[in-house]
Design a protein around this ligand. Structure first.
Ligand SMILES: O=C(O)CCC(=O)C(=O)O
Ligand SMILES: [Fe+2]
Length: 312
């Protein structure tokens, strides 16, 4: 069931305070709200006023990128499956995925100079600025979640072994109602979504109802991915979501997926396993999983995910 024009608003948690220092009372109160939001909805809106400074430039850069001729966009390829340029068969959405997007050189060398051989410094600068803001916010949120589960001693190691994957997406305006992407959970640790003023994202609540998401211009939508669910031994369900775009306006969205870096063995912390809560998942390497995941997807096998891959 879809709630067509639900007045529903996800909990909005403010991360704008400069003095949000670990251990401060401010930190603890924000963490408390994160805990409540995750228990109740499995996701929330994180507001960060600084993102307003780059908002116009970000969506201007996306427009400039997707306005390039199709043959130019197709030049953007990646050595990793599903991480180059992709256009849905319906033509209604297209995206580009940048691996290790926290490293300026990767954006410059991988994407910018392929799209604009003559260079486009302002495009690279905008993307880097955005990734820095979003990844900083994601680290704060991840630390808080680890604290909530009493396993914060692993935070530094986990954050150091993170791959920051940036996906820029354009949804064409259309009068047809089509789910693109269809209902799914992300395989990431955490996903942060930042969109223009055109809505379309829906999340599924505990009762199985689809809720329209209507974020403020200074808000990121925070979704839990399967990698975090597995790492927490099933402690946090991943957020089931889909995009249903309707209407003639173009929707742009930037997604930052944090995933474990390839070559790093992700293991459930021993603190989260006891007689009552047996070990649910075997250690895994995310990039090895990703290859299997893409192979299954290419064969049209639905529902295959990280939990299936590493279930004991
Ligand atoms: O565009 C959005 O809001 C969400 C996109 C999404 O769910 C994805 O790319 O995994
Ligand atoms: Fe997603």
């Amino acid at each position: 069931m879809s709630l067509e024009s639900s007045p529903f608003r996800l909990p909005v948690i403010d991360f704008s305070k400069q003095e949000l220092k670990r251990g401060s009372s401010e930190w603890d109160s924000v963490k408390h709200r994160v805990r409540e939001a995750l228990e109740e909805y499995g996701c929330f809106e994180a507001s960060l006023d600084r993102v307003l400074e780059v908002r116009k430039a970000v969506f201007g850069a996306l427009e400039e990128l997707f306005d390039l001729p199709p043959q130019t966009k197709q030049l953007y390829v990646s050595d990793k499956p599903l991480r180059g340029y992709k256009r849905a068969a319906s033509g209604l959405c297209e995206d580009m995925v940048i691996d290790a997007a926290n490293i300026t050189e990767n954006i410059e060398r991988g994407l910018t100079t392929t799209m604009w051989p003559q260079g486009n410094t302002s495009f690279s600068k905008t993307v880097v600025c955005f990734t820095e803001l979003a990844s900083g916010l994601e680290k704060t949120i991840r630390r808080m979640i680890l604290e909530i589960f009493g396993v914060e001693k692993y935070a530094d190691e986990m954050i150091e072994s993170t791959n920051y994957i940036l996906k820029v997406i354009k949804y064409e305006g259309s009068e047809t109602r089509e789910a693109c992407p269809g209902a799914h959970s992300d395989q990431s640790m955490i996903t942060l979504l930042y969109q223009n003023e055109v809505n379309g994202l829906e999340i599924q609540n505990k009762d199985g109802e689809w809720i329209n998401v209507n974020p403020s211009p200074n808000s990121f939508i925070v979704l839990i991915g399967e990698s975090l669910n597995v790492w927490l031994n099933g402690g946090l369900s991943s957020t089931f979501h889909r995009v249903i775009k309707k209407g003639s306006n173009t929707r742009y969205c930037v997604a930052l997926f944090t995933t474990p870096r390839g070559g790093y063995q992700v293991k459930v912390p021993k603190e989260l396993v006891d007689d009552k809560n047996g070990l649910l998942f075997k250690p895994f390497d995310y990039e090895e999983f990703w290859i299997t995941f893409c192979t299954q997807a290419a064969q049209g096998i639905c529902g295959y995910d990280l939990r299936t891959y590493c279930s004991v």
